[in-house]
Design a protein around this ligand. Sequence first.
Ligand SMILES: [Zn+2]
Length: 155
Amino acid sequence: MKEKQFDISKLKRVTKEDCFICKNQIETKGIIYQDKKVIAFLDINPPTKGYTLLALRKHKEDITELSEEEYFDMQRVLFRISKAIKKAFNPKRVVLLQTGGLVTHLHFHIIPMYKDVYSNFLDVLSKKSILELSKEEKKEIVSKIKENLESETTL
Ligand SMILES: [Zn+2]
């Protein structure tokens, strides 16, 4: 896996009208988990191995728009995917983030941290560098997370 410098400020804001989540434009091979309510998939610009995004199917823009049930539907899957990532790649820590800055469709970032978390987290969160993954590497990452997700209790 090669790393390259990245400039997050060059990413375009994704509004409701051009929302790739609502338009089902998520790369099928990157999908880790999906059901009627949520979808989880690999970030296309991952700063770390296994960096995953989890979104509600419905276009909601922040947490205050969710019902309690929708919130806990997301949390249940976040919890299990976080555990699966830990089992698959043994990062030092798995960190969760939700912002709504660039992509207006509410989603959580599930972030495996491998290096020293204290000195490295700002670089990871701001995506100072990202991994260039081949199709094979992506496929392997997805299947490892899925394998470990299946060994968790049924979703
Ligand atoms: Zn959307």
